[in-house]
Design a protein around this ligand. Sequence first.
Ligand code: ADP
Length: 296
Amino acid sequence: MQIEIRGLRKVYAGGIVAIDNLDLTIPPGVFGLLGPNGSGKTTLMRILATLLDPTEGQVTVDGLEVRRGRAAIRSMLGYMPQEFGFYPTLTAYETLDYFALLCRMADPEQRRKRIDESLQQVNLTQYADRRVGTFSGGMKQRLGIAQALLNDPRVLIVDEPTSGLDPEERIRLRSLIAELAAGRIVILSTHIVSDVEMAAERLAILRNGKLLFAGHVSEILAPLAGRTWIIDIEDDELSRVREDHFVTGVFRAATGMQVRTIADEMPHPRGRQAAPTLDDAYVSAMQQTVSPVDAE
Ligand code: ADP
């Protein structure tokens, strides 16, 4: 079971190139799709979910081509879009029943079983009879995932699941996503680096529809090992340090201000080595210049 993307290109009306010559293989497990707004994440997910056709290229899900195998792919896929409209007056159970009917689950017994299982998987069983209008942001997101799990999908796609959540809800949702990856492909699309760091084994980084990196999280961190530094600085040194060093983050610690930087050698008398984080790697990847061929 895997998703294969070869030479994918998506051009919207008006000539906007949203995905540009993308090659990517997505194996089972949590796969983070990371990139700033406008980098093409939603376009890619909608193509995988067979909601949008590619302009060029080949995309297969478990060997089925997205244009020809639409019905078969949809039957094995769950998609949680960034925005979904729930009726506030329906209960969680009624909401899922409505979606299950839309998915043509006609048999009431089978429907009840799948709804109960989905509610259980996202830890909402005890709120089954509560109106969705009273749910917190995190509970609504979990209900969105329950909706995507109704057909017990082998591929689950979640778009920006943690945006707008408070830190505790965010942590719960990341753990849930990691749990759901057993035996499935879970694609987690986000611009929040820590979501990927906490939940994903592999990731792809997109910028302007192009792939900057694809691979295991450890592979993107490896080149930064021994080259990541923390420098303790005074507040008034920040702009000078920024001029002289490639800064991946600025923090205020109990002892004062700190910057993180990437350098081959000890960059500063007050520098010390640090373990690289995905944030360091992401900021560095975003900094990559576009090669002359790409820039044409
Ligand atoms: P992301 O999900 O990473 O924010 P999107 O896939 O939504 O990125 O967008 C990628 C690019 O395609 C952006 O430049 C966006 O403005 C453009 N785009 C997205 N949807 C459409 C559309 N329906 N018509 C035209 N351009 C679009």
